[in-house]
Design a protein around this ligand. Structure first.
Ligand code: DGL
Length: 273
């Protein structure tokens, strides 16, 4: 099932971790994976041309996730991180059934917020596609009789982030977060990987006593666990390559790579897919 275009690869452990997102949001996960697993080669796919996934139907999200997975497999990946809450909550079950390769996903951290809250009220900021997904509805249902969950769609945030217009998200964030703050939440879950890039702006709006929950580090730890379990860790620190594919704006991609401190030596490839 796993194939590779790279003839230098001697064993499966040297294959890359494939990461995909509807665009640049998954780079926040990529940053944590690079920190946690410095020996691992990475192939990142930013499907920016099809962003936002959060406003598409489940069927469309599944088809796009299949297309991304097939390209990553063609490029030679040993594990795929679905670095998108919307794709995970709508498509990861289909991907797991269809492909014989480990997948790691990300979904809103409702459970950690529920375990942590003292006020009994938590906020979740995510896309419409995530909030309407069966996976999210099932997970959040478990906690609804014990606590109040205030969920808000972060409409248009992803569009602005994809254009690199982060500062322009502030009025929208104020609109989405103020009702949560006024209702007394003490934890706000960032249920979309793009929103991690907004944390400095969110901190200007949200009082200090409110915890902002971002799952990037947890996903990196889970990726390590799965690689260990499957015997797929790369123990060799030579020939580590990080390659970034986009079908969107290369300048914005480069700007985001600087934000996550990916070094200039890393290969940046523009490819339409
Ligand atoms: N990064 C994706 C997520 O985590 C963005 C969704 C979108 O494209 O709408 O949900």
């Amino acid at each position: 099932m796993i194939n590779t275009l790279n003839n230098n690869i001697k064993n499966i452990n040297q294959l890359s971790i494939g990461i995909f997102d509807s665009g640049l949001g998954g780079l926040s996960i990529c940053k944590e994976i690079t920190k946690q697993l410095p020996n691992e080669s990475i192939i990142y796919l930013a499907d920016s041309n099809n962003t936002p996934y959060g406003e598409k139907s489940k069927g469309e999200i599944i088809n796009l996730s299949i297309k991304n997975t097939e390209l990553l497999l063609e490029l030679g990946c040993k594990l795929i991180v679905v670095a998108c809450n919307t794709a995970t909550t709508n498509a990861i079950d289909t991907l797991r059934k269809k492909y014989d390769i480990p997948f790691v996903g990300i979904e809103p951290a409702t459970k950690p917020a529920a375990l942590q809250t003292k006020s009994g009220k938590i906020g979740i900021l995510a896309t419409k596609g995530t909030l309407n997904s069966d996976l999210f509805l099932t997970t959040s249902h478990e906690f609804r009789d014990k606590l109040e969950i205030i969920e808000t769609e972060g409409k248009n945030l992803v569009r602005l982030i994809e254009k690199g217009l982060l500062d322009e998200t502030k009025p929208l964030l104020e609109k989405y977060l103020t009702p949560m703050i006024e209702q007394g939440v003490d934890n706000i879950v960032l249920g979309c990987t793009h929103y991690s890039f907004l944390i400095p702006i969110i901190k200007q709006i949200v009082p200090n006593h409110i915890t902002i929950i971002d799952s990037g580090e947890a996903v990196a730890k889970q990726t390590q666990k799965v690689l260990e379990k499957e015997g797929l860790l790369n123990l060799d620190n030579k020939n580590v390559a990080r390659t970034f594919y986009t079908n969107g704006d290369l300048n914005v991609l480069s700007e985001f790579l600087q934000r996550i401190e990916i070094s200039a030596d890393d290969e940046i490839v523009f490819r339409v897919f």
